[in-house]
Design a protein around this ligand. Sequence first.
Ligand SMILES: C[S@@+](CC[C@H](N)C(=O)[O-])C[C@H]1O[C@@H](n2cnc3c(N)ncnc32)[C@H](O)[C@@H]1O
Length: 182
Amino acid sequence: MNRSRFLQNLKVFWEKNDIPNISLDNALYLRDIIQKLQARNILEIGTANGYSTIHFADEIEKWGWHIDTIEFSPNSFQLAKENFQEAQVWHLITQYLGNALDVLPTLEKKYDFIFIDGMKKRSLDFLLLVWEKVDTWGIIVIDDVIKFRHKMENLYEYLEENKTPYIVEQIDADDGIMILKK
Ligand SMILES: C[S@@+](CC[C@H](N)C(=O)[O-])C[C@H]1O[C@@H](n2cnc3c(N)ncnc32)[C@H](O)[C@@H]1O
């Protein structure tokens, strides 16, 4: 099965099983950013079944660059592992099993593209932990910042108080993303 058909099936199947994957529009938008940035090192918080990770891997495959992705649910970790094998992108991805709040301080790399899609109310904690890991020209994207703004009030307050520039892009009817540059 080709990879885009595999991704389509993955999304349809898991929508029925309540896995909150990013939308296809969002995936395409993020892939476009990755392409423009020529991102070499990607970090993702919140792997779930690996849908977004496989999209990113498909984008960077031609350059052979790399993705680190963190997930704390052992079931999702295992499911994603199987999906990475099936989509034949396993060699582009390092999976970390654990709470991102514990795993992030152990990662020593710098990243060009960081995607925060874990527990919404911890978005600010994730941001603070990844801030020093953004490489020159790199960006951080936080998902679901419109529909779940009520779970992220501390994030918005922090950014306003510290005068940290950010933009919010509505991607589709469902939700939007926040983009931050250091
Ligand atoms: C919205 S889903 C991720 C969807 C995925 N990025 C996609 O679009 O295909 C959020 C995932 O983050 C995981 N998660 C939430 N908080 C986490 C944390 N503190 N550390 C690691 N994983 C976390 C959840 O178990 C869940 O699988």
